[in-house]
Every structure is written in C-alpha cells, then in structure tokens.
Design a protein around this ligand. Structure first.
Ligand SMILES: Nc1ncnc2c1ncn2[C@@H]1O[C@H](COP(=O)(O)OP(=O)(O)O)[C@@H](O)[C@H]1O
Ligand SMILES: [Mg+2]
Length: 295
C-alpha cells in the first residue's frame, strides 16, 4: 500500500498479512503510518496504490467489513446514550442480530457489566475505551482491528485486554493490534511489523526479531575442565569472573540446570546465573536508529 497526504508520505511501501488465530502487532513511532494502514484496510482512506484484502474481499467492498470489528484510535460515543444503547446502536448499524443477553455478556467481558445502564457521558476515558472494545467485539467478528486499544487503560485494564486477545486467538479470530506500547505487543503478539516513516523497518516473529538468548554467569574457580564444559553449552566470552554463553537457537529445557549442576560438580563456585534476551524495546530502538541512518 502507498498513501500520500499532500506533501506528507504516510505509507511509502507497506505490505503485511494477518492470519486466522494470529495476533499481529503493528508497532512504530508516532507518524509511522500505523493508523493510515488500518484506515485503508477498513475502507476509510483510499490508497494511492496497492490493494488491501479483508477475509478474501477487496477492502473497499462494504460486504468485506461485515465480519470485521474495529476499535478506532480516536472516537466519541453519544454522551446521552447508555453503554447498552451504544452497543445496541452499533449492532443495528452493522446489520447484525445479537440478542440482548449476548450484548450484556459482551459488556461483562470488558468489565462493564454493572455500568450497562449508565450514560456514556459520565464514563472515564478508560471506561469509554472498554466500551469501544465491546463495540468491536459484540457481533462476533472474524477479524478484529484495534488501534491503540489500551492507551487509556490502567495496568489492570491492560491485563484484561491481553486476556481478551488471547481468548480471541483461541477462537481462531485474526487480530491486528496497533500499539506504541511495546510491552503490550511483546506479551500477546505472534508476529510484529515495525513501521517507520511509512516503510516496514522490520517484520517477523518475536524470536526472529529478538534473536538468540544468552546466559550471564558470575563464577570463580573455573578449571580448564569447567571451561570446556561451559564451551559445550555455547560460545563463551569472559571478562574476570563474568562469563557470557551465547545459547543455541533452540536450547533444551534442561540446558541451564544441567550446566549449573555440572559446574558445581567440577568445583566451580556459582555466584549468579542470569538468562538474558534483549527486549523488544531495545531491538525497536536499534531498528529505528538504523533506519534513520540509512536515509
Ligand atoms: N488526514 C490526514 N491529512 C494529512 N496528513 C495526514 C492525515 N492522516 C495522517 N497524516 C500524516 O501521515 C503520517 C502518518 O500518520 P498516522 O498513520 O496517523 O501515523 P501513526 O498512526 O503511526 O502515528 C503522519 O505524518 C501524519 O501527519
Ligand atoms: Mg495512530
């Protein structure tokens, strides 16, 4: 997809797919083009070039959107309506039939069970965001598109959304999650697409993006035999009593306990054992810095 707004390029060249039962995270700094990509998918913005397909149909075909649930980044519901009325209105707009008990259940899954009869005008930002999620989910969609679903939520609310996304995934729903909250994405997404200035700066599963893990150890009394044992676990670098072992791509579950027990058996004093992996945040910063240096 490609999209320019006057002199501003929102999307230079972006392509990605989301599969059923998969949560794809769209990450990137402000202005990277995340919302534009989502708006093209939903037929709200027309791309200059390229094509978006939703559940096998062109995104500009309204019928394609019937099975899609969407939480916009910025929205405001009619303040005079109650939460229940907002939900009912959206069910009607979607031309879906969702019995009232199921609508109530949907409000309960977003934690608004006891606020169904309250006017939205009196809702906090976080409560409105929860209602927005209910609107996106109420008609049982096959594809759910969430643009910054947790920006206004407290940590508890974020954990709720995480559980909700995992439940959707279980049901085979495809989820496109657009977020600048990296921790969020790291916890729930199967794959990540990192956008920067309208381009895909990196894409892949988290293990692909984050690379191999390593093990930091602080040891003394390391004999040549113990050194050899360390080297059998992975490539070793050391400085003084600090040892770092680069683990293989898919290390056995027992690799670390076996290594520690063997080292102890060889008379090594083990002061610290710390598995390490760079975080998505560190990786993201690396990727964005590299992509800035490229131009
Ligand atoms: N309606 C619009 N008119 C003009 N420029 C826009 C419009 N929408 C987005 N843009 C520009 O396109 C770029 C990408 O914006 P957006 O997709 O909202 O980014 P993100 O969601 O990643 O923060 C930004 O430079 C933004 O200013
Ligand atoms: Mg946005």
């Amino acid at each position: 997809m490609r999209k320019r707004y006057r002199r501003q390029t929102a999307l230079a060249d972006v392509s990605f797919t989301v599969g059923r039962g998969e949560v794809l995270g769209l990450l990137g700094p402000n202005g990277a083009g995340k919302t534009t990509a989502i708006k093209i998918l939903l037929g709200l913005v027309r791309p200059d070039a390229g094509e978006a397909l939703l559940l096998g149909r062109p995104a500009r075909d309204p019928a394609a959107r019937a099975r899609v649930g969407y939480l916009p980044e910025l929205f405001r519901y009619q303040p005079w309506l109650t939460a229940q009325e907002v939900l009912d209105l959206h069910v009607k707009l979607a031309r879906a039939t969702v019995p009232v008990p199921s609508q109530k259940e949907c409000l309960a899954t977003v934690g608004l069970a006891d606020r169904a009869g309250d006017r939205v005008g009196g809702f906090s930002k976080g409560m409105q965001q929860r209602l927005g999620l209910a609107v996106a989910l109420v008609a049982g969609p096959d594809l759910v598109v969430l643009d910054e679903p947790t920006s206004a939520l407290d940590p508890l609310g974020r954990a709720d959304v995480r559980d909700l996304l995992l439940a959707l995934k279980e049901r085979g729903v495809a989820v496109l999650l657009n977020s600048h909250l990296i921790g969020e994405v790291e916890r729930v997404c199967d794959r990540v697409v990192i956008l920067d200035k309208g381009r895909v700066a990196a894409a892949g599963t988290l293990p692909e993006l984050l690379g191999r893990r390593s093990l930091h150890l602080r040891l003394d009394g390391v004999s040549p035999t113990a050194s050899a044992r360390l080297a059998a676990a992975g490539v070793v670098t050391s400085a003084g009593d600090q040892f770092t072992v680069a683990l293989p791509a898919d290390p056995a579950e027992s690799l670390i306990p076996d290594l520690v027990s063997d080292l102890v058996g060889l008379g090594v004093r083990v002061h610290a054992v710390e598995p390490a992996r760079i975080t998505l945040e560190e990786r993201l910063l690396d990727i964005l810095r590299a992509s800035t240096e490229d131009r």
